[in-house]
Design a protein around this ligand. Structure first.
Ligand code: P6P
Length: 344
């Protein structure tokens, strides 16, 4: 893969395509259209405090969550940027109850696009980092119209996944199965520039990230793992620090760069969270693909996230994602092979 720092994302994508003689350029064009949507959303997010785009849209989405105006803007921007490209046959969005068909007046293509337009949006009014998460599959069913079957593919079938994190700088991080590459938006030229070639997650980190306010609702094995992370009260300072932003793209990006583990376990706090809060299709799967491509791991506590068989578009999953050694230690607790007492 090209590795020139400062290379534009568009040039990087085209040069990557040139490694595949049979490439049609459809995938390249789709990704470039996505970057345009990312720039538009970044512009709105970065000036959200200055125009009347903060606050609630006055509606509730399929998740039962208050929809912010920026959620709606991000969702509509991505749909409008991609639905007429001729590269997609169907889309699925965290904001839309049903699959998003490609209008009959537009040409359809071989790709399927799943996305969370603005994850962490409940943090918008506090100016906290938020992000867009996306995944791309190939169509598997006959005919030109995409179907639910095309959407409900295992994460292992993803051909591309990534996220845009809107923070101190806007970054686009993605993989096509050839490693993980990060691009930082230079607003002065309006281009994403290669800033993080071939990102590798440390094998073990020193940061754990979870909403400990839910700890009393977690399974005992998860609570035992938390005790391990916090270290024995008599022991010297624990080897781990806690960091939790409450915006998964930001918490994951930190985990990708610094290592450690992010987890959102199932809890008994609310019925919907009994299988975890995070969504499999357009949150856990894309980030799990990025994590594995960066040398990390992601599990639902039983199996790799990418091997989970999706049954519903908006199904939720527990998520433990991060450095391989941290995820493996976590799994030993979840399997009951370790206890906080056996800190060795
Ligand atoms: P809690 C944001 O709403 C989100 O979907 C993720 O971005 C984030 O990790 C999680 O929910 C935070 O949930 O229950 O800790 O507020």
């Amino acid at each position: 893969m090209p590795r020139l720092h400062g290379m534009t994302l568009s040039r990087f994508i085209v040069e990557c395509q040139q490694r595949y003689p049979n490439a049609t350029g459809e995938f390249t064009s789709l990704l470039i259209e996505l970057t345009i949507a990312a720039k538009i959303i970044s512009r709105e997010v970065n000036k959200a405090g200055l125009v009347n785009i903060l606050g609630q849209a006055g509606t509730v989405n399929v998740q039962g969550e208050q929809v912010t105006k920026l959620d709606v803007f991000a969702n509509d921007t991505i749909v409008k940027a991609l639905d007429h490209t001729g590269h997609l046959c169907v889309m699925a969005s965290e904001e839309m109850a049903d699959p998003i068909p490609i209008p009959q007046s537009f040409k359809k293509g071989p790709y399927v696009f799943v996305f969370d337009p603005l994850d962490g949006s409940s943090n918008i009014d506090a100016n906290v980092n938020i992000g867009t998460i996306f995944g791309i599959f190939r169509k598997t069913t006959p005919g030109e119209d995409g179907t639910l079957t095309d959407l409900l593919q295992k994460g292992r079938a993803l051909v591309c996944a990534g996220y845009i994190v809107y923070g101190p700088s806007t970054m686009l991080v993605y993989t096509t199965g050839q490693g993980v590459y990060g691009f930082t938006l230079d607003p002065s030229v309006g281009e994403f520039l290669l800033s993080h070639p071939a990102i590798q997650m440390p094998k073990r980190g020193k940061i754990y990230s979870a909403n400990e306010g839910n700890a009393k609702y977690w399974a005992p094995e998860v609570q035992a793992y938390l005790d391990y992370l916090k270290g024995d009260r008599e022991a010297a300072r624990s080897a781990y620090s806690a960091r939790y932003i409450g915006s998964m793209v930001a918490d994951f990006h930190r985990t990708l760069v610094y290592g450690g583990i992010f987890m959102y376990p199932a809890d008994t706090k609310e019925a919907k969270a009994s299988t975890g809060k995070l969504r499999l299709l357009y949150e856990a799967n894309p980030l799990a693909f990025v994590a594995e491509q960066a040398g990390g791991a992601a599990t639902d506590g039983v199996q790799p996230i990418l091997d989970v068989e999706p049954e519903r578009m908006h199904q939720r999953t527990p998520l433990f994602i991060g450095s391989t050694d941290d995820v493996e230690t976590c799994m030993k607790f979840l399997r009951g092979e370790r206890s906080a007492a056996a800190l060795g």
